[in-house]
Design a protein around this ligand. Structure first.
Ligand SMILES: *Cc1c(COP(=O)(O)O)cnc(C)c1O
Length: 457
């Protein structure tokens, strides 16, 4: 094995970090020595920090370490590939073994005829690719005026300019504009916050029909696609009612628009299927993926497009003038291939669907009667716990978001990573989480909710 990197002591590392490192999604001016956590190692479902704390990672990093930490097989596969061929591009008539193998593998696990695979380096740039394909496809079909992308408020599609514009996060829209034109957002199927007195199924239908209304408003000849996450992740694990996706599917089939699933979180077993599109029977024309594709051991993303539609596009579009230096990077492809091999060998899809997800749901359901809990919802290994001051009302705490942040900090102190989205506590543990670790998780969540309730009431 190679030498372990030799870094200075924790105190020095933190000082260096604060002096030079610009953290993503942080108010860097606000970050101090006491806030900064130095993560030193990880194994299975746990991470360790420089104070020696062992913390259960209820988020699998950022929804991505699906096969858990410490899989030497993946590191070894990437290292072996780097020794053989560390890099070559896939532009000008070149290819290499890992990229061809991974394209075939992805084609075999995606639903329908999504057999044409374009490689990217992240979820955000996968969604840039999505936007470029959608508009180029319609132009190639002789309908260049079909440029409008319909997405949803409070969706997360990444942090590049395309990601921000496609996404529906208002804080992101408010910064750095103007944004890419011809992208519009419709309302989300978030019953807990926005459903009022409506029955959840009725509400889901209404929010799906907002798509039809938007297409009518814009004119079908202007709309390129509707794009959405099967379950909104960063928006707060928003699980649509059962009525939602069938109606969306109907509308997209009746209208001449593409249906695109952003599966950056829902892909690779998160819902107990290879893709959330399979779980909800969405039948998309395009899927974007990243995160669980390599379980984040190396950065890689991909877009899978319908072979039939790709052929239509290739017939007239000529060269697709798009690509990244690292599209199909050999080491990243090798890591992704090994990751998928592990998911298959350990049958993590079936295990999640038939064992882990039901147990996760059952254990978290025991928290529903906690005084601070307005709702517990789970799907696959995704969960949200809504914090409210007064049940059964779905009214929120004053200073929406502060109790969530407090709860998140208490959770870490208690040895569990939970993330706060406003006052929704969200979780997305590694698929390999054991029964004992699920018990550890729910015990720590309960303790955290108790302490949070004590502080706010
Ligand atoms: C994380 C995420 C992205 C962006 O992926 P990056 O790899 O961070 O660029 C896009 N879409 C969804 C649904 C995500 O959760």
């Amino acid at each position: 094995m190679g030498d372990k990197p030799n870094f200075p002591d924790a105190e020095t590392i933190k000082k260096t970090d604060l002096a030079h490192h610009w953290h993503p999604f942080m108010d860097t001016a606000d970050l101090g020595m006491d806030d900064l956590r130095l993560i030193t190692s990880a194994k299975g479902s746990h991470i360790w920090d420089s104070n020696g704390n062992k913390v259960l990672d209820g988020m699998a990093g950022l929804w991505c370490v699906n096969v858990g930490y410490g899989r030497d097989e993946i590191s070894d596969a990437a290292a072996a590939q780097m020794k053989e061929l560390p890099y070559y591009n896939t532009f000008f008539k070149s290819t290499h073994a890992p990229v061809a193998a991974l394209a075939e593998k992805i084609a075999s696990i995606t639903p329908g005829d999504l057999n044409r695979i374009f490689f990217n380096t992240s979820g955000s740039d996968s969604n840039d690719t999505v936007l470029r394909i959608a508009r180029t496809y319609w132009a190639a079909k002789g309908k260049p005026e079909k440029t409008v992308m319909i997405t949803r408020k409070n969706a997360y599609h990444g942090s590049t300019f395309a990601g921000v514009a496609l996404g529906g996060m208002s804080a992101m829209h408010d910064q750095g504009g103007p944004h890419i034109p011809d992208i519009v957002q419709i309302d989300q199927p978030y019953w807990f916050d926005e459903g009022g007195d409506m029955d959840p199924e009725e509400f889901g239908l209404m929010r799906a029909r907002a798509l039809e209304e938007e297409i009518d408003r814009l004119g079908e000849d202007r709309v390129a696609a509707f794009m959405a996450e099967p379950i909104q992740g960063a928006g707060g694990v928003i699980i649509p009612s059962e009525s939602y996706w069938p109606e969306i599917k109907r509308i997209c089939k009746e209208r001449d628009i593409l249906l695109i699933a952003d599966e950056v979180i829902c892909g690779f077993g998160r819902t107990g299927e290879w893709f959330g599109s399979i779980h909800y029977d969405i039948e998309p024309d395009m899927i974007s993926m990243a995160k669980g594709l390599s379980s984040a051991y190396l950065p890689i993303g991909a877009v899978a497009f319908s072979e039939a539609r790709a052929q239509e596009m290739f017939a007239t579009a000529g060269e697709f003038v798009h690509g990244y230096t690292y599209s199909g990077h050999p080491a990243c492809c090798a890591a992704a291939l090994k990751n998928i091999e592990i998911i298959e060998r350990e049958d993590l899809i079936t295990r999640t669907r038939e064992h882990t997800a039901p147990l996760f749901a059952e254990k978290l359901a025991t928290l529903a009667d906690h005084p601070i809990v307005g709702e517990v919802r789970t799907r696959g290994l995704l969960a949200a716990i809504e914090l409210v001051p007064e049940k059964p009302s779905r009214k929120r705490f004053d200073n929406y978001g502060e109790v969530g942040a407090l709860c998140r900090d208490i959770s870490f102190k208690n040895g569990l990573v939970m993330r706060a989205v406003r006052d929704s506590m969200v979780m997305s543990p590694p698929l390999i989480i054991t029964d004992d670790e699920l018990e550890e998780l729910v015990t720590k969540v309960r303790k955290t909710l108790d302490e949070t309730w004590e502080q706010v009431s």
